[in-house]
Ligand binder design. Structure first.
Ligand code: AMP
Length: 145
């Protein structure tokens, strides 16, 4: 299975944020949309990523002062990205080896979407359920011949 298949099922819509927004604004989106990460776009170009983990660390270090920071102060700039043609297994390995849970997916120079480790687990569960169903039907003689 390819990243493009997973994105087709999940949808391409991605919440993003601009680098000059405040940490409070990033938190508002993360909480309201129940997501864990926001790709950072500057005039449409992907320049970084900020995740709940970055914000947690900032809060731990600065307490309430964290709210005054900007997204650009905290975001990770050295991005690892995937492309639509990548295999899910490879993308999963990239996230596991780098110890992060989010991967922006590029279509040329444009971001096509984002995949999280949760999306991959969900897709594995769905495939297992389908396989399970076929095996049960086979064992209980639902197929002719
Ligand atoms: P996460 O597990 O996704 O919350 O991210 C853990 C750390 O890795 C945070 O500092 C993120 O900013 C960073 N991070 C998350 N995704 C990526 C990515 N695709 N490329 C580079 N860094 C990332």
């Amino acid at each position: 299975m390819k990243v493009s298949d997973l994105l087709k099922n999940k949808g391409y819509e991605t919440e993003t944020i601009e680098p000059d927004k405040s940490i409070k604004e990033a938190m508002d989106v993360i909480v309201a949309k129940r997501i864990g990460a926001l790709p950072v776009l500057d005039k449409g170009e992907l320049v970084g990523i900020i995740t709940e983990r970055d914000i947690f660390r900032l809060l731990h270090k600065n307490g309430a002062g964290a709210f005054t920071f900007k997204v650009s102060d905290v975001m990770t700039r050295k991005l690892v990205v995937g492309i639509l043609d990548d295999d899910i297994e490879m993308v999963q390995a990239i996230m596991t080896n780098n110890r992060f849970r989010h991967l922006p997916i590029m279509d040329g120079r444009k971001m096509a979407g984002i995949i999280s480790i949760g999306d991959i687990v969900k897709s594995h569960v769905k495939n297992l359920q389908i396989e399970n169903r076929y095996l049960i039907d086979y064992i209980t003689g639902k197929y002719p011949g």
